[in-house]
Design a protein around this ligand. Structure first.
Ligand code: ADP
Length: 308
């Protein structure tokens, strides 16, 4: 099974012709309140594809708690580890302009309660999971405690980059990062910045002691880096995973779809490279539909393939 210890938000999304400058008011063209948060998005992505998923997190005691957890509930996810705390539910205020550029204000709200004490209260579930899946939208004490409480595999999506103990980064198998986050992770590990290409950065993360690394590259696909299989001191193995070519409608939540799909496959016993090939197809599928959770496939959905 998969246990996600992470964030759940209500996303307030409005479309504008152009973003307001400070002091300016502009008219929004539409407004939607959607379920979001990286933790919830990834939990939903994995569950829709068939994983058994439990979610450990927190919502507030306000009117946004219901919408934030709506898809978690309809996706058959175990919510016995979801707490209601006083104060606001995590909120993301998103404006999307006509040219597709986003501005986002994230209010952590109840997600700030998912700390080491919250992890301790769910230690048995975390220790019994095949995969514990973590992101950077809860307090670092919660991420670190959950990684240490895991008895099997830890998958860490370092999004956003938060100041984690380097030894916790090294527990990740894999650490999943985009280009920007990959460089941030390297800095956290105390490694010199790598001026080379992303293959070099991925390899440097493995050399710095991370068990395995997946770097997502948008429309290009992803890289998988693992310690050299043939010689202990050899250079890390880096495999390029191509993304299927699709016409992108909305890239919101594509990274979360990728991570959720990766974890669903890993929990099913699939190897990392094959899991990443599947995740790239799911990520590509997610950019062809609007929104985050609403654009995620289930196990029966035909997925785009490389070479289509
Ligand atoms: P993030 O949004 O976290 O930066 P990426 O943009 O790297 O993540 O996207 C995650 C994954 O989603 C990619 O590895 C790829 O598989 C898929 N993806 C994203 N954008 C596209 C696209 N335009 N075409 C095809 N696949 C895409």
């Amino acid at each position: 099974s998969v246990v996600v210890v992470g964030s759940v938000n209500a996303d307030l999304v409005t479309r504008v012709t152009a973003h307001p400058a400070p002091g300016q008011t502009v008219a929004g063209q539409s407004m939607a309140v959607l379920a979001g948060g990286k933790g919830a998005n990834q939990a939903v992505a994995a569950a829709r594809l068939g994983a058994r998923v439990a979610f450990v997190g927190a919502v507030g005691d306000d009117e946004f708690a219901d919408v934030a957890t709506s898809t978690l509930r309809t996706s058959g996810i175990d919510l016995s580890g979801l707490r209601v705390v006083a104060g606001p539910t995590g909120l993301a205020l998103i404006t999307v302009s006509a040219d597709g550029e986003n501005t986002i204000v994230v209010v952590p709200g109840a997600n700030a309660a998912v700390d080491d004490a919250a992890v301790a209260a769910n230690a048995a579930a975390i220790a019994s999971a095949d995969v514990v899946l973590l992101q950077g939208e809860i307090p670092t004490s919660g991420v670190e405690a959950a990684a240490r409480a895991a008895a099997a595999r830890v998958v860490l999506n370092l999004a956003p980059v938060v100041d984690l103990d380097p030894d916790v980064l090294r527990l990740a198998d894999p650490l999943v990062v985009n280009e920007h986050e990959a460089r941030g992770a390297l800095a956290l590990l105390g490694a010199p910045p790598d001026a080379g290409d992303l293959q070099d950065v991925a390899a440097a993360l493995v050399r710095a002691g991370v068990r395995s690394v997946v770097v997502t590259l948008g429309a290009v696909g992803a890289l998988v880096a693992t310690p050299c299989a043939t010689a202990q001191a050899g250079p890390p193995d880096v495999v390029a995973i191509p993304a299927p070519r699709v016409s992108a409608l909305d890239t919101t939540g594509a990274g979360d779809a990728f991570v959720g799909a990766l974890v669903q496959r890993l929990a099913a016993g699939v190897g990392l490279v094959d899991a990443a090939r599947f995740a790239a197809r799911v990520g590509a599928y997610a950019v062809t539909g609007a929104g985050a959770q609403a654009s995620y496939p289930d196990a029966a959905t035909p997925l785009p393939a490389v070479g289509d």
